[in-house]
Each structure stands twice: as structure tokens, then as C-alpha cells.
Write a protein that binds this ligand. Structure first.
Ligand code: G4P
Length: 533
């Protein structure tokens, strides 16, 4: 164990994100292989939800049980301690991914070289941009006939609204893929399709004019590489890590995850340039990781859906100080002191760490319903971490109770499930009607199933045609009251009691925005931070 400064410096906490099928799972697995955390390929695969039926989801959850091993994967690589946070690949669980992104310090975004930037890639990038999260892009599947690399870079800049800077460059692609040239390390790696081994043929080529290059990759490809590198050096500015750390520039790597190719260069560069645990803002002040007193927040709650063991694990990101087992900390929302006898950490190789955790680490806390997403733990200071916004859901349905004898169970069940972040709950004060909002249809099936199996309550969902949920605030109380009165049934409260307008259509929303200039319509719940920054 080192000093707090040493422990922080060592840590890299990040997530791999991608549009489904771009290669996130494969890349994760290769990282774990490099880190020695797993011995064979295929170990991470079973975590994937490929089908869209709730029954498949439920089956996977049941198999995983409370084993949260793949939610956070911690491993050593060189002298670093890497915390890789898993994000669900399924689009319907996008909210879960957004929340996980609040707990990381940087991300690696995987893009398929054939498909380029896809819908989910854009949305994920938007979330990264909101928080200025540093992004490294990995262009995957270079063994397939993909788009021209320059076109891909242009597409990244245009669709993701971020400047890019290649740090490696492919030599041809598809059938004739020869390898990548590292512009950063000035090294050539020759491609050798092999799913099990790690590319070893690394050649240091200081000067690409060297005729050795022609021998290695043919004159045609060597000439092309020289031209490309000249163009890159002409177009892109010299590599500088500071705009990357500000979230303004994304370094780009090319490779093939399934072939274990181009990954080590990226990992080596990653541990060098990626940020160590960063400060985080709260409602009262910014918390710096080196502060001696412990703070942390809950960004994810994983429930065991087996009704015989209804326990949950709350995932807490440590933000400052040192977390210790069996030590009392304050749950600031409840103003309650709690201690944890069996906090779970996720480092398979190093059992000593179970008793303590440092900034950047994630601790799993066994929970029986005390935690909500966003809850803050401290050594007594009253504060609440910010930056865990809710986004407007895309699908809205009204929850209808099908068994009046079980309304208490239904009430408790839906509260707990929404505290876990399975979906968002909006309550219409008049008549206590409940509108559930999600990103995908799958969650409704999951909620219905879980309410029945875990809480013994039966429900049905009635589709509601809303376009968006908008969080509404105004300095002018009177105007706000007037709007609320006029909108009547379209006004609801979110989980924290904020006023939310469920806009029926884009047209009507635009109209209200121009009719009510004194009101501000926000599309995420965390408008206070958005305004302040
Ligand atoms: P995801 O987690 O982002 O959804 O993607 P995942 O890693 O599961 O990869 C999606 C598919 O792309 C997989 O094929 C995987 O083998 C393949 N893949 C990943 N990297 C590369 C690459 O560099 N080149 C090529 N050609 N394919 C790659 P699958 O058929 O869906 O699964 P599997 O049966 O191969 O496991």
C-alpha cells in the first residue's frame, strides 16, 4: 500500500463503449488477457444479451445471479491498476450505460470500420461530451473490407463532434491488411491473424523512408503508408495530450480485436495518457481525490432477481480518501451512519485489497434497499454528488394495478425498481397515477416480470403517446403555476419531486417553449449542473 497520492496515480478507471456488435466484448476480453485477469478467450462472452425477449434477459440475469464479477473488472497491467467498468451492450439498457459513465474517468469507444459511426455511438458520445470525458477511439475489424481510414476519421469528426488525431495507421485493410504503424511509438506491427496469441512482430522503424519497409509490406503498401503519413502530418496537429484530457480531442487507433491486433499499442498508450481519478462536483463544492476524508457515490444497483435471495449490490465509486471495511460512513440523503462488513472488490489477483479501496475504485456494497442511484457516502460532510442525470425516456406507459389486494406490494416494488434505475417513474399528483418511462420495450417486460416474481404484484402497462419528458423551472413562480394548471394531466413529478412536463409532440413542445419564455425546459434532470458549467 502506498500513500494516497501513489494509489491515485496508479489507477485508471474507464469503460469500453460501442454500438452493439462493434467489438466491445471482444476488446474487453483481450484487455483482460493482457492484464492476466483471465487465462482463456471466451470468458466474458456469456455476459451478453443478444436477444430482445425479456425471458432471455431474465435467464441471463438468473445465471449471473448476484455474481457481479463482470460488472467491474479490476486488473494490473504494468505498474497500473485498471478498473474496467462493464456497460450493457443492449440498446434498451442505455440508461444503465449512461450512469456507468458517471463513474469513470475516461472511455475507449469502439467503432466498426465497416459500419462507421452508428446511432448508439453518437448517443454515447453525447454523454461523454456532457462531462468532457476523455475518449480514445479504437477502429476495429480492420481484417474486414472497411471504409477508407481518412473517410472514417472525417465521419468521426463530423458525427461525433470531436477533433480526432490518429496515433496508429493501418497498412491497407481487409484481405490485404498488412498491419499498423504506430505514429506515436514509431513502430511497425505486422498483422498475423491469430485469435489466441499476441502479435509479437514489432519492428522499430524510426524512418518510414527505410527500404526495409518495402520488403516487409511490399513497395506498393510502403509507398501508400508514406503518402498517408505525410498527409496526416500535414493535416493534423502534433499530438498533445492536453486537449485529449479536456475531452476536446480523441486519439484514434486501428486494429482487430478478435485477432488481438493493435490492442497492446492502445493499452500501452492508454495507461500513459489516460487520466487518473479526477475531481468530482457536488452540490456544495468540488471533491478532489487526494482529500484525506472518504467520499463516494452509488452509480449502479444490481438486484438479484432470484426471489429466494432478494439482496442487491450497490456499486459505489470512491471519489476521495480511503474506504475501509467495518467503518462507519454517513449516508447523506438519509443522514444515517452505515458500516459494511463484506464490501466486495473486484480484483481477482490481489486479495489484500478487500479491506480498503482508494479513489477510482469501485466497491460493491450489499444492500437491502437503503440505496438509490446517486446516493452519496461521506465521513460526515453533508453533500450530494452531482452528474448523474436522468435523460428523457423514449417510451412512456401508465402502470395499471391488476390486483387491488396487492396495491401496497405494487407501490413498494415499483419504487424499489425505479430506485435501482430500471426505469424512470413519474407520478401525476392528482389520482397518484404512475407513468413509467424507459429507453426500450424490454424494460417493461422486465418490470412486469420482477413485480410479479419478487413482490407478488400484478400489473399491466397502457401505452401513452408522449414525445419527451422536460424538466421545467422558472424564476417566475406564478407563471410556473399557471403552466402547471393549464397542462393539468401532462404535469408530473419525478423521483426527486421536480416538475416534469410530458410533451405530447414535438410540435406542441416547440409551441409551449415559444409561448412561455419565462419557463426553462430542460431535457435532462440535472439542469443545475448544466447551467452552472
Ligand atoms: P459487442 O460486445 O460490441 O456487441 O461486440 P462483440 O465483441 O460481441 O463482437 C461482435 C462480433 O464481431 C463477434 O462476432 C466478434 O467475434 C466479431 N469481431 C470482433 N472483433 C472483430 C475483428 O477484429 N474482426 C472481425 N472480423 N470480427 C470481429 P459474432 O459472430 O457475433 O460472435 P462470435 O461467434 O464470433 O463470438
Amino acid at each position: 500500500m502506498g500513500t494516497i497520492q501513489e494509489e491515485i496515480k496508479r489507477r485508471r478507471t474507464f469503460a469500453i463503449i460501442s454500438h452493439p456488435d462493434a467489438g466491445k466484448t471482444t476488446l474487453t476480453e483481450k484487455f483482460l488477457l493482457f492484464g492476466g485477469a483471465i487465462q482463456t478467450a471466451g470468458a466474458v462472452k456469456n455476459n451478453k444479451i443478444t436477444k430482445t425477449a425479456a425471458s432471455d434477459f431474465m435467464e441471463i440475469e438468473r445465471q449471473r445471479g448476484i455474481s457481479v464479477a463482470t460488472s467491474v473488472m479490476a486488473f494490473h497491467y504494468k505498474d497500473r491498476l485498471i478498473n474496467l467498468l462493464d456497460t450493457p451492450g443492449h440498446r434498451d439498457f442505455a440508461e444503465d450505460t449512461y450512469r456507468t459513465l458517471t463513474a469513470v474517468d475516461s472511455v475507449i469507444l469502439v467503432v466498426d470500420c465497416v459500419k462507421g459511426v452508428e446511432a448508439q455511438t453518437e448517443r454515447l458520445m453525447e454523454v461523454c461530451r456532457m462531462r468532457n470525458t476523455p475518449v480514445i477511439v479504437f477502429i476495429n475489424k480492420m481484417d474486414l473490407e472497411g471504409q477508407d481510414p481518412f473517410d472514417l476519421l472525417d465521419e468521426l469528426e463530423e458525427k461525433l463532434q470531436i477533433q480526432v488525431r490518429p496515433l496508429s495507421w493501418p497498412i491497407s485493410g481487409g484481405q490485404s491488411f498488412k498491419g499498423v504503424y504506430s505514429l506515436y511509438q514509431k513502430e511497425l506491427r505486422l498483422f498475423n491473424p491469430d485469435k489466441t496469441k499476441i502479435a509479437k512482430e514489432v519492428l522499430s522503424i524510426e524512418d518510414i523512408a527505410d527500404p526495409l519497409l518495402d520488403d516487409l509490406v511490399t513497395t506498393e503498401h510502403a509507398e501508400q503508408l508514406r503518402k498517408d503519413v505525410e498527409l496526416i502530418e500535414g493535416v493534423y496537429e502534433e499530438w498533445d495530450a492536453s486537449p485529449y484530457l479536456e475531452g476536446e480531442l480523441a486519439p484514434v487507433f486501428f486494429g482487430s480485436a478478435v485477432n488481438n491486433f493493435g490492442i497492446q499499442e492502445m493499452l500501452d498508450t492508454f495507461i500513459e495518457i489516460a487520466p487518473d481519478p479526477r475531481p468530482r462536483s457536488t452540490d456544495v463544492r468540488e471533491v478532489v481525490p487526494t482529500e484525506p476524508k472518504f467520499t463516494g457515490f452509488i452509480f449502479k444497483i444490481h438486484a438479484n432477481i432470484d426471489p429466494r435471495h432478494r439482496d442487491r449490490i450497490a456499486f459505489m465509486r470512491v471519489c476521495s480518501g480511503q474506504f475501509k471495511r467495518n467503518t462507519f460512513f454517513t449516508h447523506t440523503r438519509l443522514q444515517k451512519k452505515l458500516k459494511f462488513a463484506n464490501p466486495a472488490t473486484f480484483l481477482a489477483q490481489d486479495k489484500n485489497l478487500v479491506d480498503e479501496a482508494w479513489p477510482g475504485d469501485v466497491v460493491g456494497l450489499y444492500d437491502t434497499g437503503t440505496f438509490k442511484i446517486g446516493d452519496t457516502m461521506t465521513e460526515g460532510e453533508d453533500m450530494q454528488f452531482r452528474g448523474i442525470p436522468s435523460f428523457s425516456p423514449e417510451i412512456f406507459k401508465e402502470l395499471v394495478n391488476k390486483d387491488p389486494m396487492k396495491s401496497k406490494q405494487l407501490e413498494k416494488g415499483i419504487q424499489q425498481l425505479t430506485d435501482e434505475g430500471v426505469a424512470q417513474l413519474f407520478v401525476r399528483e392528482l389520482g397518484n397515477r404512475k407513468i413509467v418511462g424507459t429507453v426500450g420495450e424490454l424494460q417493461f417486460e422486465v418490470i412486469q416480470y420482477r413485480l410479479e416474481h419478487e413482490y407478488g404484484a400484478k400489473c399491466e402497462f397502457q401505452a401513452k403517446k408522449y414525445y419527451k419528458a422536460c424538466w421545467i423551472v422558472s424564476e417566475d413562480e406564478k407563471k410556473l403555476e399557471e403552466f402547471k394548471r393549464i397542462k393539468g394531466t401532462e404535469m408530473v413529478k419525478d423521483k426527486d419531486g421536480n416538475d416534469v412536463f410530458l410533451a405530447p409532440s414535438k410540435f406542441l413542445l416547440d409551441m409551449e417553449i415559444s409561448n412561455y419564455p419565462d419557463l426553462t425546459f430542460h431535457f435532462t434532470s440535472e439542469f443545475k449542473t448544466a447551467q452552472a458549467s
